[in-house]
Design a protein. Sequence first.
Length: 511
Amino acid sequence: MGHTHLTRRQILASIPVLTGAGAMLAPLRGQKPGTSAPAIIRGKLRDQNGHPIPAKIRVTESNTGQVYMPEKAIKTMPDRRHYFYAKGEYEVAVPAGRYRIEAVRGICHENAVEFTEVGSGITHAVDLTVKPLADLKSKGWYSGNTHTHYHLSIDENPDDRIRIVPPAEDLDVSVLSYLIRNDSPYITNRYPVGRLPQFSTNGTIMDMGEEARNNRTFGDFGYGHVLFLNIPRAIEPVSTGLLSADGKAPDYPTLSMLCAEVKSLGGTTVWCHNGSGIEIPVAAGLGLVNAYNLGDGLAADYERYYRLLNTGLKITASSGTDWWIYDHNRVFVQVEGAFTYDSWIAGLRTGRTFISNGPLLEFTVDGQGPGSTLTNKSHITVRARALSRIPFEKIEIVQDGVVVADQPAIAGREVRLERELDVDAGGWIAARVSGGAKTYAGYPAFAHTSPVYLRVDHTPFRRAEAIGAVMDEIERSMRIIRKSFKFTNDAQRALAVGKFEEGRRAFGKLL
């Protein structure tokens, strides 16, 4: 998760050992081999109209909690092997007993759950119908995961995983990222940067982008991590410093320099991991960041995002999963016109988004959605709604980083909010969901919209204290670069520090 990756030894150690030659299953925890013939549970996966669909499946013995999977099934992340993926139908061999069978398809559908009891040597049919929770596509909203890597080829062909997992997760867009972390064998690096039409045939548009990275230590993000989407070629160097191929490269160029190259090529830049690293304010201040990933590989943390918004910058909220697709983090983008990758990217860059790992959000201010700018409003009507399969506590309206209205959820599933608010000055306003259950991957449920921006003549929409804090942060970062970062020569150090000074001056101008 995040920037902490499993070693090959750890991953291989996490794989259950099959029990006996020809076995069709392996329990997730140490069950001894049985002497009876296994039972078979099989079934069809259908949508509400009876059409075959892909989904992820979990088969659990009711008394012991033991989870069973087909031997060669494509599974979720190795240390979170909760589910296996299936397309249209599934089959699992199990000991005699009582079982719970669950099908999950993204977060816009209800879970389908059935129960059965089977005896040894008996085949039992359990079909599952996955019904919609909300139809966002009818309103132009399409989901995406901006950040995915797969590390080792464990027990499957990576092509098979890429073909089945994103559609089963009900993703409309899935972006893989070329990545260098010393000599670690990321199997997704086998694909060329650019569109992947050979994998974009099952309802998901696939793109191969890049994650450019710099770390001071393996626990310190250094400059940070940044995603490049919709690029025609790899942007070099992919990793600098400690993360480079031999771990000995200089901490140069800075990420802002690479972001500028991406901008010149018409690509899209998304900063990773809650804005981690010291260079995000520099890149954002120079107009080189199109979106800001919250919660990709980490629990969502809004503090730094709010500070940058309070400087007056317009920055889109985005998300992804980072390390495999082990949870439901995604960004929903409202497109204009027909859904294509270009229209989706355009919506992302414009800020017509909300992010979530479960709750689905609707939000308008005077009828305008996220990414809009409202001018000279003294009063506004805010409407928000949240609907979720995962329980949550409440919906909140956040204005300039402060909660100005909230409403508790009914039975943890649904809430509507409507408020009249006064506007005394410019700024921004957004909706978010807080509190409640954790996802099956162990993260708190979250959802957050991109802001609606408010502009009122003769009033500030930038907060001087936020600008000052960011300028102080950049100044501290410049001292760290001079003291601790590695360069081939003094000219590189001067250019790196100069880029940060350029960012500091950009915020100075905002004052």
